[in-house]
Design a protein around this ligand. Structure first.
Ligand code: ADP
Ligand code: 2DT
Ligand code: MG
Length: 216
């Protein structure tokens, strides 16, 4: 059997618009898994700690202006530079709970509506990256998100743009995405996530689950 079919960690991605509760739920889920004896790590994209990630951070905090196409490729490169470590961790049995991935990459750039940067163009650089075993989409309207105390200071944190991002997510998501009503209480959402993620972790631990690739 190929090494991909051995028992391994699960690759679990969280997506959703800003303030939907991704970071809160990811953190809680990782702590829950660890307390249950599951090897698990919290990852996030962009990973702002790398050289590429520092350029992305400068862009998001408006310390740098970068061409729309170029910054899109930086976000993708930031995933590619983590690919080997990600695969190594999964094969070593570590479950990765990941706060945003390539779906955010496509949704945020396509939402700009810039000439030439349509969804197909946005998807191309991520083709061949490891695909997650589960995608949880925390579903919240812009109005509900804004009621959580308003958006922050970063480049994309504006209601009009967030609405366009949500439209992109709706157009992209398929039946494999697990849509969670993010207007529920933090505890209720976490309960549902623990059940569903637990099943995915168990499936990957049993083996026989190949690591697929985007955009499969
Ligand atoms: P994201 O990472 O998706 O932007 P966060 O987890 O940072 O979202 O949450 C955004 C804000 O909303 C935080 O102040 C957080 O405490 C709050 N929050 C998160 N989940 C809920 C929820 N289910 N109900 C109400 N407020 C929430
Ligand atoms: P947070 O660190 O708060 O999640 O915000 N983004 C993210 C992109 O534009 N392209 C990408 O590929 C990814 C992963 C979403 C990060 C911001 O960066 C945006 C919000
Ligand atoms: Mg967050």
């Amino acid at each position: 059997a190929s090494t991909q079919h051995q028992p391994r960690g699960a690759f679990i991605v969280f997506e959703g618009a800003d303030r939907a509760g991704k970071s809160t739920q990811c953190q809680m889920l990782v702590e829950h898994l660890q307390a249950a004896g599951v090897a698990a790590e919290l990852w996030r994209f962009p990973d702002r700690t790398t050289a590429i990630g520092k350029m992305i951070n400068s862009y998001l905090t408006s310390q740098a202006e970068i061409d729309d196409a170029a910054v899109h490729l930086l976000f993708s490169a930031n995933r590619w530079e983590k690919r080997e470590e990600l695969l190594r961790k999964l094969r070593a049995g570590t479950t990765l709970v990941v706060d945003r991935y390539a779906y955010s990459g496509v949704a945020f750039t396509a939402a700009k509506g810039a000439p030439g940067l349509d969804r197909a163009w946005c998807m191309a650089p991520d083709a061949g990256l490891p695909a997650p075993d589960a995608i949880f989409f925390l579903n919240l309207t812009v109005e509900q998100a804004a009621a959580r105390g308003g958006y922050g200071e970063e480049r994309y944190e504006k209601a009009d743009f967030q609405r366009k991002v949500l439209e992109q997510f709706q157009g992209m998501r398929d039946s494999s995405w697990r849509v969670i009503d993010a207007s529920q209480s933090i505890e209720d959402i976490q309960q549902q996530l623990r059940e569903q993620a637990g099943a995915v972790v168990a499936r990957c631990q049993r083996g026989g689950e190949p690591i697929k690739q985007l955009w499969g």
